[in-house]
Design a binder for this molecule. Structure first.
Ligand code: ACO
Length: 332
């Protein structure tokens, strides 16, 4: 009988972004847009796109290798892989299974989670609870997206906003108390899926010549409505998790929000009454990397020395679904 564990801590972080960088001026050569429009509406200056032969699992491998090395663990001790992605290598098998083989891991539990841009927090929450049950000891949590594979490079309202990346953390069960992942909240509202979706390729509209001609395999988004929902949801879920754990927003040392749009983050920060100095943002260089975004910013913040032992860190995201999530972490 397995014993339930006290804490779950993040012992290593890692990330990967493809070598190919496209500036806003580069995007203006593809669609009718400008650096000025993209910067002022979104805060994005450039993004990375994976090469044609570079798959989501390849980016995930690179991020995972860095997280494993940062954690200083023997990879054979990993007993769980969860990959958050909405751009898997293929509909099935899962990208987590492909990763298991590429990393040369044992025949361990491996599965994908699809919660769009909230995927990293969904995966972190699921992994933490599986570790807390005592049934698993070391989990590899990944957020990885090849967004360029589902972008419509004829739709200027969406293609300028997204980028490709992968991020990873190692979660470990620990006997230390009062540290690590203090808790997470996740939620959903599926009443209006068409606010942000990829219409074809599933059982509603199976792939056909017609679906391809109608460009239905690409992202479709109601940007204005998503914007409003994102600000409201991020503030609500952040306030809820702080209240649940009896913290005030001013006690947060570092807040890492989903990197979708700087104007969303600005509005959210004002609502939460938290100065921008407490945020770590990098969307200016990577755009919206969906499930990879929170982990990508977390890894960068850690490597830049912005995270110290004892810090209270809030991760918060929203995404298609709609989905949302927040995790509160006391860095060990
Ligand atoms: N370049 C130039 N002009 C553009 C571009 C572009 N790239 N895209 C749209 N426009 C035009 C529009 O056609 C429109 O022109 P019109 O007035 O002549 O019709 C005008 O700019 C204004 O467009 P709006 O949609 O009103 O622009 P808005 O200020 O709302 O900004 C944006 C658009 C940036 C998409 C914003 O709504 C937004 O960020 N929404 C949230 C998107 C988001 O975060 N999505 C990710 C969700 S997370 C996930 O799960 C994937």
């Amino acid at each position: 009988m397995s014993q339930s564990t006290q804490s779950v801590i993040i012992t290593g972080t890692g990330s990967y972004t493809p070598a190919k960088v496209l500036t806003n001026d580069d995007m203006a050569k593809i669609v009718d847009t400008s650096d000025e429009w993209i910067r002022t509406r979104s805060g994005i200056r450039e993004r990375c796109f994976a090469g044609q032969d570079e798959k989501t699992s390849d980016m995930a491998v690179a991020a995972a290798e860095k997280a494993i090395s940062a954690a200083g663990i023997d990879r054979s001790d990993i007993d769980l892989i969860i990959v958050a992605t909405m751009t898997p290598d293929m509909p099935f098998p899962s990208t987590a299974c492909i990763l298991q083989s590429k990393l040369g891991l044992g025949n361990i539990t491996a599965f994908d989670i699809q919660a769009a841009c909230s995927g990293f927090i969904y995966a972190l929450n699921t992994g933490s609870n599986m570790l807390r049950s005592g049934a698993y000891k070391k989990a590899l949590i990944i957020g990885a997206e090849k967004m360029s594979s589902i972008l419509d490079f004829e739709d200027r309202a969406t293609c300028v906003l997204f980028g490709d990346a992968a991020s990873a953390i190692i979660l470990e069960a620990s006997d230390a108390s009062g540290v690590g992942v203090l808790g997470s909240i996740t939620g959903s509202d599926g009443s209006e899926p068409s606010l942000l979706h990829q219409p074809a390729g599933g059982s509603t509209i199976p792939s056909s010549h017609e679906s391809i001609d109608a460009r239905q395999h690409f992202i479709k988004m109601n940007g204005k409505e998503i914007f409003k929902q994102a600000v409201r949801i991020m503030e609500q879920v952040s306030s809820n998790i702080l209240e649940q754990h009896k913290f005030k927003s001013e006690q947060i040392d570092l807040l890492i929000p989903h990197q979708a749009n700087m104007r969303i983050i600005d509005s959210f920060a004002k609502r939460l009454k938290l100065p921008m100095g407490k945020f770590h943002n990098n969307l200016d260089r990577f755009g919206n990397t969906s499930a990879a975004s929170v982990g990508l910013a977390l890894d960068e913040a850690y490597r830049k020395g912005r995270i110290q032992s004892g810090d209270l860190i809030l991760l918060v995201a929203f995404g298609a679904g709609l989905t949302w999530g927040a995790s509160l972490i006391k860095w060990q």
